[in-house]
Design a protein around this ligand. Sequence first.
Ligand code: ADP
Ligand code: MG
Length: 732
Amino acid sequence: RDKQQQQALQRSQLTHSTTRPSVKLSNESEDAAPHRLLPVAEARAAIVRMLTNQSACIIVGETGSGKTTQIPQFAWDDVVSKGLCGGDDANVGIVGCTQPRRVAAVSIAKHVAEQRGVALGGEVGYAVRFDDKTSHKTRIKFMTDGILLREIQADPLLQKYSCIILDEAHERTLHGDVLFGLLKDLTRKRQKDLKIVVMSATLNAQHFSSFWRDAPIGVVHGRSYPVTVYHTAEPQADFVEAAISTILQVHCSEPLKENGGGDILCFLTGQEEIEDAKRVLEHRLKELPNDTPDFQVLTLYSAMPYEQQLRVFEASPVGVRKVILATNIAETSITVEGIKYVVDSGVVKAKSFSAKTGMESLAETDVSRAQATQRAGRAGRMSAGKCYRLYTQDAYERMAENTTPEITRSSLNSVILQMKGIGIQDVETFEFMDKPPTAAIRRAEETLFLLGALDRDRSITALGKALTHFPIEPTAAKSILCGKVYGIPREVVGVIAMIATENIYVTSREGKEKADNCRRTFAKPVGDHISYLALFQHYMRLPRDGTHRKDFCDSNSLSHRQMLKMEDTFKQLMAILDTVEVDADWFHGALEAMTLQHRGGTKSHRVDPHARGDDDGSDRKQSSVKHGGGCGGGNASAGGGDFELVRRALCHGFFMNAAYFDTKLQRYRLVIGQQPVHLHPTSALTFQTRRKPSLVIFNNVVETTQRYMKEVTAIHEQWLQDAAPLLYKRIA
Ligand code: ADP
Ligand code: MG
C-alpha cells in the first residue's frame, strides 16, 4: 500500500485550468460534426462569428486542434473574401499568419495548399527569411514574425492585409512581442478594416487579452485524453542516456497498437544530441531479444531540410513503432498523430543574454512548467497516454511557471534598430507587452551608437538605415558594408554567410575525423574567419555542375545541404549589398587601412604582399561607394595571405567582442568586462599557433561548463581603435 501511495504521489493527472471566464467556442450543429473533423473545424461558425464581430480576439486551443491550419482559411473563406472585415469592399486585403519558426511557416503552408488543392505560391504561400513563395495570387500567407516586421517598415499601415493572425503567441518570441506593440498601435489607425487574431496554445491568455484592450478569449476544447505523468525519483546526470533507456523500456514493456497508436515522442535539445541518441538507439535495437518488435527512429529539429522534417508525418510500417526525437518544435508548432508516450528531458536550448558581458549565447536551460505541460499533453491525442519526465517532481515545482519572454533575455540590437527604422524614436516608452529591462534597452542603444547606427539623439543614422536592409545582426551587417568600402565584398560576405549558416560540419561520431582533417587543412594561423574564408573560396571554385561540390562535402564531413544554404545566403547578402549605398566616412581609418594595409599592427606581424589568397577569379566591383572610389584600386586586395582587410572589416562590426590574452593567467579575458573566456576546441587557433594571439575578436560565446569563444580571429589594437574610436581610445 505504501508503495502504491508513493507511486500515486509520483504521478499526477494533467489538469488545465483557466482563471478568467472565457467563451466556449462550439458549432450550433454539433451532432452533425463527423468525428474526423478537427476541434477547430467543429467550432467554425463560432470562430467566424467572433472574427466578424471583433476587431481583435484571442483564440486558445490545445495543440493539434487545428488552429494554424484551419483558422487562416476560415478568416479568408468566411470573413475577408466576403467583405466582412469592414472597410472598402474594393480594397479587400489578404490574410497573413505569423509563425515563430521557419519550418512551421513552410510546412503548414504546404499542408494548407494541399488541403485546398492549390499550388504552393498561388492562393496559399509562405515567406521566410531568404525564401519567398508568394505571388500576386496569394490570399493566405504564412510567414515568420521577422518577415512581417520587415514589411511594416516598407508599409507602416500594412495595407495589403485585412487580417493578421499572430500564431503561437505563447512562445513570446522577441519579434512576436515587437509585432504586438506595433500592431496594437496600427489597430488604432485601422480600427475599421483590420482584424487581429492572437492564437495561443496555453490557457493563460489573460495577459494577451488585457494587452489587446480586453479582447475576448475564445477557447476551443480539444478531444484530449488524460496523461499520466511520471517523474524520476532522483535527478539524472545525463538526460540523453536517461532518455535512451526510458525509450527502450517503454518500447519493451508497452504494447504497440495495430492501428499505429503507441508511438514515442522524446524531447531533447538540439541536432547533435538528437543524432547521437538516434545512433545509440539504432545500435541498441539490434541487441534486443529477437521477439521484440522493431522501431524506427525519426528526428525533428529546425536545421533539417523541410522535406525530411515532413517524414515524421508518414505512417510507419505495420508493427513498427515510431520513435521521434525532437527539439521543442514538436511542443506546439507541429503535431504528429499517434503519439502515446512522451519522454521529456526537461531542457531546451534557448538564447540567453548576459547583461554582464553584453553577449548572447545559446545555452541549455530548464523548460517552464507551461512547456512541460505542453510536452506531456502530446501523449494524449489519440487515447490515454503516459509522460515520463526525466526530472524529479521537486525540479518540476522549481521550474518557472511560464517561459521567459525572449525579449527579456536577448540582445536587443537588431530589434531596436529595426524599431528605430520604423520611426519608433522612444523605445523606452514603446508599448511592450513585457518591457525589456531599461538597462538592456540602453545597452543596445549604446552598442548601436558605437556602431554608428544611431546618433547622439538616439535617432537612426544613414548607416543605421543601411544596416536594417540586412536580415542579420547589425554588427555583422556593418562588417559587410565595410567590406564594400575596402573593395572586398565577396570575401567579407563569404565569411558572414559561412558563420551565419548553422551546422556546416556534420557532427556524427564517424564523421568527426574527416571534419577535423578538413578544419586542419583550411585552418589559417590568424583564426577562424579566415579559415572559413579559405574553405568558402575552395568550395566556390569547385565546378558547380556534376557532383564536385557534393563529393567535396562528403569527403570532408561537410553538410552539402547546409553549404547550399550558405551559398544562397551569400548570394542574397551580395544582392542586398549591391543595392545599398555605402559611405566611406562611416568607417574610421578606412582610407588609411586601404593605403597602409601592409604595415600591419605590430612588428612581429608579417604580411606577405605577394600571397594572394583571394584568387577566385572574381572581379570586384566598387559600385556605389561614395568617396570611396579612389581607394579601391589594385591595392585593395583582401589584405594578403593574412587577409588583413577582411579582419579589419570584421573589427568594424564585432569590436565589442574582443578578448586579450592575459599572460599572467595564461588565458583570454574579455576586453569589456574582464571575464575569463576560452578558445573553443574547434577553433583554428587551438591547433595552429604556438603562441596565442594577444588580441582577438570572436563571433559568439557558448557556455557549457566554461565560456568558449567561437569563430575567433587575431587582430591588432589599432584596428579596434579605428573601428570604435569612442570606445577604445582610452585603452590605447
Ligand atoms: P494547432 O495549430 O491547433 O496546433 P494544427 O492546425 O497545426 O493545430 O494541426 C492540425 C492537424 O493537422 C494536426 O492534427 C496535424 O496532424 C495536421 N497537420 C498539421 N501540419 C501538417 C503537415 N505539415 N502535414 C501533415 N499533417 C499536418
Ligand atoms: Mg499551431
